[in-house]
Design a protein around this ligand. Structure first.
Ligand code: G4P
Length: 296
């Protein structure tokens, strides 16, 4: 599958990011907890090399708790502060303040030595499209906090939201670009629904996802597509799941995705599967795992 998905406006985003980063102390980088590698921006470490860093594993509610913890530990071992959050329900959001202070410890200490007390940390939320930046800002900032108005040096009418006496947030998130050159990254972002589906072959995408699930999460498929009325997914004599195409046909049969009453409508079945995965109805499923320590 060759995914052509470079959106032209990303060059502009890159320039805006370079400007905005100059204004802040702390980068709050959102990644998708299901694909923490694919949803990370390849250039952010360079762009933000002199800044304090906090990584939020957002949509943690859709990813496996075990792997959420493993990824959190992975990022912490590499010197980042890291917190898993569900921006929709606000789970984990309370842990962020302590992580912000820990990430900015050096800056706060530097200020203190120079006699600057209580200068708030200025932070910016960044992440690739659809990772949950706006949802996060809304749930973190809430309605209570006032905007502090324009400040000199802030371009495009950007505003700061004063969250508390020690933290100000740039009100517009920074849009980052993914690793365009890596096809596997494209496929993973397509699985989670972050790439416009119209440019993709849905059936092939679904077959790939089934291939992954039957390896790593066979129970999720068995459980979801077992129904009372229709017998569930086929099993081989050894009680194993069949090949991916048979499984997609099973989903078509179980969900009544038929063309002209008899033929399987595999496109529709692909939609069912992708939708079930993206909405969490297949369970909490992480698609990427931290590399083993010895391989990093
Ligand atoms: P962006 O600014 O980074 O582009 O992302 P945005 O906040 O628009 O969020 C993209 C989608 O992800 C939204 O769903 C949002 O509700 C969902 N989302 C954000 N954070 C979380 C989270 O922690 N957990 C889960 N499960 N979902 C999250 P949508 O379907 O596009 O919109 P809506 O149906 O919620 O209105």
């Amino acid at each position: 599958m060759n995914i052509q998905w470079y959106p032209g406006h990303m060059t502009k985003a890159k320039r805006a990011m370079e400007e905005d980063i100059k204004l802040i102390d702390l980068i709050i980088e959102l990644v998708d907890a299901r694909v923490p590698y694919a949803s990370r921006n390849p250039d952010i470490d360079r762009l933000g090399r002199h800044k304090a860093r906090l990584i939020l594993l957002n949509k943690a509610d859709l990813a496996s708790e075990t792997w959420n913890d493993a990824w959190t530990a992975y990022f912490k071992a590499r010197g980042f502060q890291a917190v898993k959050v569900d921006s929709r329900s606000r789970a984990g959001v309370k842990q962020i303040q302590a992580a912000v202070l820990a990430a900015c410890k050096e800056k706060i200490e530097r200020d203190r030595k120079r006699g600057i007390l209580n200068r708030p940390v200025r932070a910016m939320v960044v992440g690739i499209p659809n990772v949950g930046k706006s949802t996060f800002i809304n749930s973190y900032a809430g309605k209570a906090c006032a905007k502090t108005g324009n400040k000199p040096g802030v371009t495009k009418g950007n505003q700061w939201i004063r969250l508390n006496k020690s933290l100000e947030l740039l009100d517009t998130p920074g849009i980052l670009w993914p690793r365009f050159e890596d096809q596997q990254v494209g496929v993973h972002l397509a699985f989670i629904g972050s790439i416009n589906d119209q440019i993709l072959d849905k059936e092939e995408l679904a077959l790939r996802l089934i291939g992954f699930l039957r390896e790593r999460y066979p129970q999720a498929l068995m459980k979801r597509y077992k129904s009372g009325e229709n017998e569930g997914v086929s099993e081989t004599e050894e009680g194993m799941l069949p090949d991916s195409l048979t499984l997609l046909e099973d989903i078509a049969r179980i969900r009544g995705c038929l063309i002209k009453g008899s033929q399987y409508d595999l496109k529709k079945a692909a939609d069912v599967l992708l939708d079930d995965y993206r909405s969490g109805r297949l369970g909490r499923i992480t698609l990427e795992f931290p590399p083993d320590e010895e391989n990093t």
